[in-house]
Ligand binder design. Structure first.
Ligand SMILES: [Zn+2]
Length: 405
């Protein structure tokens, strides 16, 4: 059936869904049409399961079981664009919307998931938190731009302190994972409570690399997004062991349709280049890269697989993770499985190892209750607060140990 409208979109902001759409190409110039005099908008709550369901979940859905939530006329801007705001939505739920004009079918589905903006920070919120941190740092913190995403968003880089040892932080190499919500509060709290730590240690942090994917998810894309806007897995795109094709997750990193696609050539993605430029000009002593899912991560920490036979490097890495774990899980004795070599060819950790034997870690999550919650995108404010505190304490322990070396 011919559709009467086009470019239907749903965007979440401040716990409201805004739908927008346009009259189609042929009808918008037809002054005599009454096709758009009476809109009907339908909504269906979906039993979408994050991490199991993806875009296909919403296919073959004609909306016949969706509920009518609005009927009436709407004003078109520029004689073509319509908008409708739905504030009767709930955090943690996934919806499909359908729009019907006078003679059309129910057009959709337009899927959207409403996420807590305190758990999934938007780009705007992250930038505002970074600016506040700098303003309250008594000149200790500086903000710069280290590159641009594929969609042209500035990638911020935060530098704190001027010590001779450098600690690097990288967040959101993968859009649906973790970074700004943990890195920024940890640095901010320590600046406030233990500013003396920054005399010996300088922090260089890129809290969000794959900002484009994260912004899509913060604005309501229901499914997990791993790659950048070019479809490149940034943690396979670094120039490290490029001759090795990775087959993890049943995928092939040289396959353009795989979510682990490494890109057309080493460091082809602008986001990868941004991270490299920061660490090439500020060679770090240690780097933590934040992964796992839905804004939290912790242990295990993974280093490059290619370093697994380097005993000296392994010992150095393990000691760093012991300090990290002392702050992160103070009630538990160090467990051997909290440190492992699992970072692949093309990962940031592998590049850091090749670049200068720099201890670089991907932070993931052991299979505990927190993992079960975050894996299905049910991370709540209490869990985020718990992980912010754990990462603050972990950072403090790592800074104290690094200052001694
Ligand atoms: Zn990841």
């Amino acid at each position: 059936m011919r559709k009467t409208i086009t470019r239907i979109k749903a965007i979440v902001k401040n716990n409201k869904v805004t739908l927008s759409w346009y009259k189609n190409n042929t009808l918008f110039n037809d002054a005599s049409t009454d096709e758009f005099d009476n809109f009907r908008i339908y909504r269906k709550e979906e039993d979408f399961v994050f991490g199991e369901d993806y875009e296909e979940f919403f296919l073959n859905n004609d909306g016949t079981d969706a509920k009518l939530i609005f009927q009436g006329s709407l004003e078109a801007s520029n004689n073509r664009k319509y908008m409708f705001e739905d504030d009767s939505v709930a955090i943690g739920l996934t919806y499909s919307y359908f729009i019907q004009t006078k003679t059309s079918c129910r057009m959709g589905p337009v899927p959207v998931r409403v996420r807590d903006p305190e758990v999934w920070w938007s780009y705007e919120k992250m930038m505002s938190r970074l600016r506040n941190l700098c303003e309250q740092s008594n000149g200790l913190a500086r903000l710069s731009v280290c590159g641009r995403t594929v969609k042209g968003r500035d990638i911020p880089c935060l530098e704190v302190g001027s010590g001779s040892k450098t600690l690097g932080f990288v967040g959101l190499i993968h859009g649906g994972e973790s970074g700004p919500e943990l890195i920024i509060p940890a640095i901010s709290t320590l600046l406030d409570k233990s500013p003396g730590l920054f005399q010996d240690i300088r922090i260089v942090a890129i809290p969000a690399v794959n900002i484009d994917a994260r912004e899509e998810m913060a604005q309501g894309t229901p499914w997990y997004i791993r790659t950048n806007h070019q479809g490149v897995d940034l943690n396979r795109n670094f120039p490290a062991q490029w001759e090795t094709i990775e087959y993890g997750y049943g995928l092939d990193s040289s396959d353009t349709s795989a979510v682990t696609y490494r890109g057309s050539q080493p460091a082809s993605a602008p986001e990868t280049q941004a991270v490299m430029s920061v660490f090439e000009s500020n060679p770090p002593d240690i780097v933590f890269s934040f992964h796992w899912l839905a804004s939290i991560c912790g242990l295990p920490a993974g280093a490059s697989i290619s370093a697994k036979d380097d005993a000296e490097y392994a010992l150095k890495c393990k000691n760093i993770i012991k300090s990290f774990a002392k702050g992160f899980s103070p009630d538990l004795d160090f467990a051997e499985h909290w440190f492992a070599f699992f970072c692949t060819a093309g990962s940031l950790s592998s590049w850091l190892y090749d670049f200068g034997k720099i201890p670089g870690f991907d932070l993931e999550q052991v299979d505990n209750q927190d993992a079960k919650i975050s894996r299905v995108d049910q991370t709540d404010r209490a869990l985020i607060l718990d992980y912010q505190e754990r990462h603050t304490n972990a950072l403090k322990e790592v800074m104290i140990e690094l200052a001694k070396t």
